[in-house]
Design a binder for this molecule. Structure first.
Ligand SMILES: Nc1ncnc2c1ncn2[C@@H]1O[C@H](COP(=O)(O)OP(=O)(O)OP(=O)(O)O)[C@@H](O)[C@H]1O
Length: 265
């Protein structure tokens, strides 16, 4: 295992109309190739900001982010992002949405049939070949999210960055997509960094859970290793003592050590 993503002494300060807002302070995180990392913490602590620093969508105020030994200072095809709201282009078919991503990465080196084969393979990987000719408005929210994942995977990113990808879905669809994602990642050996609010999702999916303290100037409070074997089965895990203790450790961090009082109305 080698360090693949390194966040070193990173701070993020936003310039706002009310002055400078210190969102993240002294973030240090090393992620190995093939790891599945989740970022968890209370609302507003800076999870998306940290993901955006890794994506290159935001520049660190101080400190540095490295991906595969190179400094990150802009978005790049090796770091694909999947957002909560799928972000598909509504006027394009599902196939064309995926194809567009493929073309942006491989278009200069490969011919159309090869690009099309990549897009078909990615749709197949997420079980969505049957919907390739449909437009986004013709398919369900869970299906749209799968297409978003297919588009990201088709670009063969070194890192898959996911910002609450299943947050807008109902519980059953969400569980199904979590299981699918585990299978896909087992096949592609992708490195994944995912933001979530969901403790069970974090324990089910992760190799390590990065727990963030409350902001302002949020930082990494603790990192929990989830040493549960793969493949993971959610029903069997429910009674697994290690699963239960990981879940308890995250709940304890969030609701005892980082307990948040309700904000004044
Ligand atoms: N562009 C910006 N300008 C100013 N402040 C920002 C900006 N983006 C984020 N913030 C602030 O930085 C803090 C962290 O925001 P961020 O969205 O990263 O939190 P989060 O943990 O992902 O929240 P949530 O779980 O609610 O999505 C918040 O206080 C937010 O208001």
């Amino acid at each position: 295992m080698t360090a693949f993503i390194e966040v070193q002494s990173a701070d993020m300060v936003f310039n706002t109309q009310k002055g400078r807002f210190h969102a993240l302070q002294n973030i240090n995180l090393t992620i190995e190739q093939g790891e599945f990392i989740t970022l968890i913490g209370h609302s507003g602590c800076g999870k998306s900001t940290l993901l955006n620093l890794i994506a290159g969508l935001l520049p660190t105020t101080t400190g540095v982010v490295l991906c595969d030994g190179r400094e990150v200072n802009a978005p790049g095809p090796e770091r694909a992002v999947v957002f909560q709201n799928h972000s598909l282009l509504p006027w394009l078919s599902c196939f064309d949405n995926v194809y567009l991503g493929v073309e942006s990465v491989f278009g200069s080196r490969e011919k159309k049939p090869q690009l099309a084969a990549r897009a078909h393979a990615a749709l197949d990987l997420v079980g969505m070949s049957h919907a390739s000719a449909k437009r986004p408005h013709e398919i369900s929210g869970g299906m749209k999210q799968r297409i978003g994942i297919a588009r990201a995977l088709a670009m063969e990113p070194k890192v898959l960055l996911m910002d609450e990808p299943f947050g807008a879905l109902d519980a059953l669809t969400r569980a199904h997509l979590q299981d699918e994602l585990l299978k896909i990642v087992a096949r592609t050996k992708s490195t994944v960094v995912m933001v979530t609010h969901d403790v069970d999702e974090a324990v089910l999916l992760s190799n390590r859970i990065v727990m963030m303290s409350n902001g302002p100037a949020a930082t990494i409070g603790e990192i929990l290793s989830v040493d549960l074997p793969h493949p993971r089965n959610r029903v069997e895990l429910a009674e697994n003592p290690r699963y239960v203790s990981c879940r308890k450790a995250v709940l304890d961090f969030l609701y005892t050590r980082q307990a948040r009082l309700p904000e004044a109305a």
